[in-house]
Design a protein around this ligand. Structure first.
Ligand SMILES: NC(=O)c1ccc[n+]([C@@H]2O[C@H](COP(=O)([O-])OP(=O)(O)OC[C@H]3O[C@@H](n4cnc5c(N)ncnc54)[C@H](OP(=O)(O)O)[C@@H]3O)[C@@H](O)[C@H]2O)c1
Length: 269
């Protein structure tokens, strides 16, 4: 079994630890380092894992080290552990925006895999994009895949630039859907529904539509046509969406997100 260590014990680390433990990983072989003892105590209590407040020899013994701190703190964190990371260890970074070669330079190791996860990972329904840095091995891919598949589906991208698309799609996408649900619930409240019912209506709508699309395998436009009778109620709603340029709005959002992702990665070059 793999020895897996997390540098940073925040929300994403907790989600992946939960995935690993519920998939049968031995909690004693999972270590989380964080500077907040209360976070570590909660992780120990919930998952029975090992915790550390500081870097040490335990890092050298890891098969996989997951970099799970915010991008702004990543350089400092890498510098603290650089002399301890073994050349045999796979480095799996889940930090947004920081390129594999930059991390490799900070750590002095070349076995860096990058991953863009998303927040549904917290309930095992994540979707991650992974990129294996230029001097990684098959083992690095297998180990990284083992870790990330415990919190959902994943895709490997061949070019690191494609991670910007992962960010603009499934990475930030849950927030787009939350915004849509918020707007739908608000509109229903304005039409007279209670906030509780409006929330349930919006949630069930998105859950049901996603489940139908997944199960049927049909194209989205076919599914939409199936529920849109000419001159009917849905047709009127769709006309209103088109008149207010929903597609143009979504396109602008995706482009803005991708551009910001590129801009941020330049900041960390
Ligand atoms: N695509 C997505 O939807 C998505 C979602 C979530 C996260 N992510 C990525 O996942 C990464 C982790 O995010 P998160 O939300 O879990 O972050 P977080 O909640 O801030 O957790 C990071 C933890 O690590 C601690 N820490 C930072 N530097 C440390 C150091 N040198 N030594 C010890 N502890 C240290 C932090 O303490 P302090 O708070 O004191 O710094 C914090 O407790 C980020 O890089 C983010 O980009 C992506």
């Amino acid at each position: 079994m793999l020895k897996i260590g997390f540098l940073g014990g925040g929300n994403m680390a907790r989600a992946i630890v939960a995935g690993l433990v519920s998939s049968g990983a031995d909690p004693k072989l999972v270590t989380v380092m964080d500077r907040h003892p209360e976070k570590l105590a909660a992780l120990r209590e919930q998952f029975g894992i090992t915790t550390q407040e500081k870097p040490g020899d335990w890092i050298t013994a890891l098969d996989v080290v997951v970099l799970a701190v915010k991008p702004q703190g990543l350089k400092e964190c890498c510098e603290q552990v650089a002399s301890l990371v073994s050349p045999e260890t796979t480095v799996l970074s889940i930090a947004a925006a920081v390129r594999a070669d930059v991390i490799a330079e900070w750590l002095g190791t070349c076995r860096v895999v990058r991953c863009i996860p998303n927040t549904p990972s917290m309930v095992g329904k994540g979707f991650s994009g992974l990129f294996a840095g230029p001097r990684t091995t098959e083992d690095d891919r297998t180990r990284s895949q083992y870790v990330m598949q415990t919190v959902g589906d994943l895709v490997w991208v061949e070019s690191e630039d494609d991670l910007h698309l992962v960010t603009a799609g499934p990475g930030s996408g849950p927030a787009y859907v939350f915004l849509f649900m918020e707007a739908l619930a608000d509109a229903l409240v304005q039409e007279g529904l209670t906030p509780e019912k409006a929330k349930e209506f919006a949630l069930s709508t998105v859950e049901g539509a996603a489940a139908l699309a997944r199960t049927s395998g049909e194209a989205f436009d076919v599914l939409r046509h199936n529920v849109t009778s000419k001159g009917g109620t849905t047709a009127k709603a769709i006309e209103a969406f088109e008149a207010h340029d929903l597609r143009g709005t979504v396109k602008a959002a995706v482009q803005a997100c991708r551009a910001r992702s590129k801009e941020m990665s330049e900041l960390f070059s």
